[in-house]
Design a protein around this ligand. Structure first.
Ligand code: MIC
Ligand code: SF4
Length: 658
């Protein structure tokens, strides 16, 4: 039977279940990727599984998020991660070597393989024809130990690309256009597969921009075929042996097909404060800006930085603009240094930031109050820049560079008329600079046994969940609306440094909802926990969008939250909730959402019985005196994990001889 590329790779890796959309399946994972902000927990959890070595073909640990190093926390994390990686058989990319997704694309990804990463932008490597999926840390730790990864067998949406991008239009505009069609919600358990003649006009870094930001659609992953472009890229990265051609069968069936004619696209921008709030740049041209940043795992490749340099060459940025550049990797930085592009950018007025996530996760470069910031990133969730009430627009490097010159949002196509600049097409290099000296290989097993792991005092082993009560009684501590992101639940920015210390980090759960002078969410939840009661969160559609951070489940669990009641819940966050024994419940009738008020006392009699065998659960609102139904969308395995008090306890139980 003819197959999509997605199903071909799934088929080759299937270890459990049936390949039918909606069915629970388990797949073998070839490679894993972790980054420091989620990675310390991953390795602590991996250690608690009692395994000496990873059992994947390749696992890589990156340090790219927590690099500001105010106080000892970040460096403690780096030392722990470096020493544990050497011991358990993992490659370790040191701070300064680059953003995990960019480096993985350059040095490790291979077509046809599966990659599981503890970061939601892991699908970046889908640009290489890899099935690359983001997940919570505990799922990644389990895959590192050789365990299957469990997911819902996806529907495949085919995006048929025709035509060719015009000058000044970039691959960022493809994904922004797709976001304007599909939005950030309602795409759970789908994979986006690109096909058609337009594919071959896009280079691997261009494809990676598209698959990277595909994460914002809320899909399981995005994937491109592996073709001559892939072959050229891998050869230029000096790893031609990793190339293999891969594509869907010509008559493969897609659950839905979206047509995109590349020749018809125009520069686009995502306006504050959601990646799907997309408009053509020309509609917002002329808006005054104070900041421009080119970087993040979406748009920080050699070509991205070089095109910006070509646009800015011999010119100056507008004096009202602060302009930051963060090359995605040390490879990119070395290449633009050698080519002279960096000199052109600096001469124009750029501030060189580290090859790291930096401003993308609120680690510096926060915009001033009331100012507009223009970024080539993938997320503009409210407050993510580190500034409350921020106005962050997401654009291509071309639009960013043009706007930096003009001091206002500028459609780059107008540069010809405004300053007489013709489009400076940039060709991908024939050879990239290869220097893996910042990637530490693991120790051979015989040496690893005696290797010492460095654990600073700020690294605290996370608490394990307690068993769920038979009847759950809890108070609605927060009633929130649609599209609540994991950034809302567990802020990053200035609080990112507490990632390895759950009791400390937990103080900031739902920080953006806390009001001055009133008890915080954390204080109220802990007070309930002391009384043997639970906190409950009530939410609208698409709860838990965005980041894969399992702290958005782990920290609420630590505070005593045992259930989330929402209209719908996003894939990674739902899995994280289950892994930490918080019950995800959906409203059977969405109208019931309106009937619940903050502070209501809810009771779920026989919760554990329902988890064991039912698809619905009765919930009684004690405060208002009415009952309503909640839906339990759980696989058999999900039920077992919840009843065992989380994935770790479940795995231990399974490993025990009965
Ligand atoms: C993000 O872009 O939000 C992050 C920071 O990379 C997260 C991971 C994290 O929270 O550590 C993600 O995308 O998963
Ligand atoms: Fe880092 Fe930003 Fe990419 Fe997340 S989206 S991995 S914070 S660069």
């Amino acid at each position: 039977m003819s197959q999509t590329l997605t199903y071909k790779i799934l088929q080759q890796h299937l270890v459990e279940g049936k390949l039918q959309p909606g069915e629970p399946i388990g797949i073998r994972i070839d490679q894993t990727l972790t980054q420091d902000a989620t990675g310390t927990t991953v390795f602590l959890l991996f250690e608690s599984m009692g395994l000496a070595r990873v059992r994947t073909e390749l696992s890589v640990s990156y340090v790219d998020h927590n690099m500001a190093q105010f106080g000892p926390e970040n460096h403690n994390d780096h030392l722990y991660l470096q020493s544990i990686a050497r011991k358990v058989g993992v490659y370790h990319s040191r701070p300064g070597n680059g953003i995990c997704h960019q480096v993985h694309l350059e040095r490790f990804g291979r077509p046809g393989a599966t990659l599981l990463g503890s970061d939601s932008h892991t699908p970046t490597c889908g640009g290489l024809g890899m099935l690359a999926i983001g997940a919570g840390g505990l799922d990644v730790a389990s895959a590192m130990g050789g365990g299957a990864f469990y997911l819902t067998c996806p529907k495949v949406i085919g995006v048929h690309l025709t035509g060719r991008l015009h000058d000044w239009v970039s691959s960022k505009d493809i994904i922004l256009t797709l976001l304007s069609i599909l939005s950030t919600k309602g795409n759970v358990d789908c994979v986006i597969e690109y096909f058609g003649p337009g594919v071959q006009t896009l280079t691997v870094p261009q494809r990676a921009t598209v698959t990277n930001m595909g994460a914002e659609l809320g899909v399981t992953t995005s994937i491109f075929p592996s073709d001559e472009m892939t072959e050229q890229f891998l050869a230029a990265q000096n790893r031609p042996q990793h190339y293999r051609p891969l594509a869907a069968d010509p008559d493969a069936h897609y659950d839905r097909i979206i047509e995109i004619n590349l020749s018809k696209l125009v520069p686009m921008a995502a306006c504050p404060s959601s990646p799907d709030n997309v408009v053509p740049v020309e509609e917002i041209a002329g808006r005054k800006i104070h900041q421009v940043v080119i970087g993040s795992c979406t748009n920080s490749s050699y070509t991205d930085l070089t095109i910006a340099a070509e646009i800015l060459k011999g010119r100056k940025i507008d004096p009202s603009v602060e302009f930051g550049i963060a090359p995605g990797s040390r490879q990119v930085l070395q290449m633009i240094t050698r080519s002279g592009a960096l000199a052109d950018l600096l001469a124009a007025g750029a501030r060189l930031l580290e090859s790291a996530c930096g401003p993308c996760i609120g680690q510096g470069f926060s915009p001033g109050d009331g100012t507009v910031t223009l970024r080539t990133f993938n997320r503009n969730f409210a407050g993510r820049t580190g500034t409350k009430g921020d106005q962050c627009y997401l654009v291509s490097p071309e639009t960013a560079a043009a706007s930096a010159i003009m001091g206002e949002i500028t459609d780059p196509r107008s540069l010809k008329e405004m300053i007489g600049l013709r489009y400076p097409a940039v060709k991908p290099p024939k050879e990239y600079v290869i220097d893996d000296s910042m990637i530490d290989p693991p120790l051979p097993p015989e040496e690893a046994a005696n290797a010492v792991v460095i654990r600073g005092p700020t690294i605290v082993v996370p608490e394990s969940p307690r068993p769920l009560p038979e009847t759950l009684t809890g108070q609605v501590l927060l009633k929130c609306g649609d599209k609540i992101t994991t950034d809302h639940i567990m802020p990053a920015g200035a609080f990112l440094k507490y990632r390895s210390n759950v009791p400390e980090y937990s103080k900031y759960v739902f920080n953006s909802f806390n009001e001055e002078g009133k008890p915080t969410f954390a204080q109220r939840c802990l007070a309930l926990k002391k009384q043997g009661l639970s906190g409950i969160v009530v939410a609208g559609e698409s709860y838990g969008q965005g980041s894969s951070r399992e702290h958005a489940a782990l920290c609420p669990m630590y505070l005593g939250l045992r259930a989330v009641l929402a209209k719908s819940i996003e894939r990674i966050h739902r899995a994280n909730l289950i892994n930490f024994a918080i019950v995800p419940i959906e409203f059977a009738a969405p109208a019931d959402y309106d009937r619940i008020q903050s502070d209501d006392m809810l009771e779920i009699p026989d919760l554990t019985g329902a988890i064991r065998s039912a698809n619905e659960v009765e919930i009684f609102n004690r405060t208002q005196g009415f009952s309503f139904q909640g839906r339990l969308v759980l696989s058999h395995r999900d039920r077992e994990i919840l009843l065992a008090a989380g994935l770790l306890n479940y795995a231990k139980k399974k490993a025990m001889p009965s």
